[in-house]
Design a binder for this molecule. Structure first.
Ligand code: GDP
Length: 365
């Protein structure tokens, strides 16, 4: 039972974080800055434009003196080598990826560039230029894809069944190779879905909380896909703590970060509406199912075939017992609590109206 040392006792102070415009990087960078680290954040369009950096601005760290933001294309090997050479990081968190499943399927070569080529470049640069760095690689529950059994633990077979899962399975395997054959400290976090008010609205959690928060003014019902899909949803700041614990552990390894509990999209919707003061009831089945306000009868949710994806025959649910045993980590924030924070943010929480913030508009989700 190894508890991580307090952050102040950690070895180096220089940390490289890729994917700095994303949800997880925002929470991670905030934690690292609070712990006294010098952080270099990398993203494709880190031009300090509000649209790329709204998450860091929301957490009030975008102007922090110990945060350096760099715009770089990680698919370009010389750029990555230069970045690692100049920063000489003691810790690297590789969070950059296109993480939306339909977008990966729609643009498969972009997915390979963003998720695979970038990871190869980064691991090579660490091997050649910063071999003592501790590296965290963001793997995903999607590597299990067509899972054989549930819940899935670290040694469950990888059977990805979409482009995103395939790219993550490759990167995960590559990271293990660098650990075992090149002697690098590389940890894979097998991350199940994790959400927050910084989540992109293309993901179903944010799509639902946005609608529920403003349901009173909505002209038409929320269009969702498969309401029976089960997911293991947790709260992103908890998962970011798990990533740090992996780099503080005495040996590098693979860890599932998950809640261990599966819930349907229907339950998620009900909880979001509860947070917005609406009791949602469902009736009908398949494409004819509707969710309605139990008090007024008004239809608030309908099933739209254009968002429909088949359910996994075996649900993706993580077994986080290794992370608990070795790292003392657990997904401690209950679902109703984090859903409330998302609904509150979507109701116009002051943080989201920060003058630097312009929320990107996605046409679908
Ligand atoms: P994912 O698990 O990384 O694909 O995260 P998402 O948040 O995009 O989707 C989670 C699950 O919700 C998927 O299995 C979808 O089939 C299901 N789902 C149901 N309705 C919707 C919807 O309207 N939008 C999205 N994105 N997912 C939906």
């Amino acid at each position: 039972n190894v508890m991580p040392p307090p952050p102040s006792l950690r070895r180096g102070r220089d940390v490289l974080v890729t994917g700095a415009s994303g949800q997880d990087a925002a929470f991670l960078i905030r934690d690292l800055l609070h712990a006294g680290h010098e952080v270099t954040g990398v993203c494709r369009a880190c031009t300090r434009s509000p649209s790329a950096l709204w998450r860091l601005a929301t957490l009030s760290v975008v102007d922090h003196p110990r945060l350096d933001l760099v715009a770089a294309d990680l698919a370009d090997a010389p750029t990555v080598a230069d970045l690692v050479d100049r920063t000489k990081p003691s810790e690297v968190y590789h969070l950059a990826a296109e993480s939306n499943v339909p977008r990966n399927d729609a643009f498969p070569l972009d997915a390979v560039q963003s998720n695979v080529v970038a990871s190869v470049n980064l691991l090579e640069a660490v091997r050649n230029l910063a071999p003592h760095a501790r590296t965290f690689i963001a793997s995903s529950s999607e590597v299990f894809g067509d899972a054989a059994s549930s819940p899935q633990h670290e040694r469950h077979p990888y059977r990805p069944r979409n482009m995103y899962g395939a790219t993550k399975a490759f990167t995960h395997s590559l990271a293990t190779h660098y650990r075992e054959n090149h002697g690098l400290f590389v940890a894979n976090g097998i991350l199940f879905n994790h959400e927050s008010a910084l989540r992109d609205p293309a993901f179903v959690t944010r799509k639902i909380t946005r609608y529920a928060a403003n349901a009173r003014n909505a002209r038409e019902p929320l269009h969702l896909g498969n309401l029976d899909t089960l997911r293991d949803w947790g709260y992103a700041p908890d998962y970011v703590r798990g990533m740090q614990a992996m780099l503080e552990a005495p040996v590098a390894g693979d860890y599932v970060l998950a809640t261990g509990v599966a819930r349907t999209v229907r339950t998620l919707a009900q909880q979001a509406f509860v947070a917005a003061g609406v009791t949602l009831a469902f009736e009908g089945s398949g494409f004819g199912e509707v969710g309605y306000d139990a008090n007024t009868g008004r239809v608030l949710v309908c099933v739209d075939p254009s968002f429909w994806r088949p359910s996994e025959s075996v649900p993706l649910v993580g077994d986080p017992s290794k992370a608990f045993r070795d790292l003392g980590w657990a997904a401690s924030t209950p679902m109703h609590v984090w859903i409330e924070t998302m609904v509150e943010a979507d109701q116009g929480h002051p943080n989201l109206t920060h003058p630097k913030i312009r929320i990107l508009q996605y046409s679908t989700g």
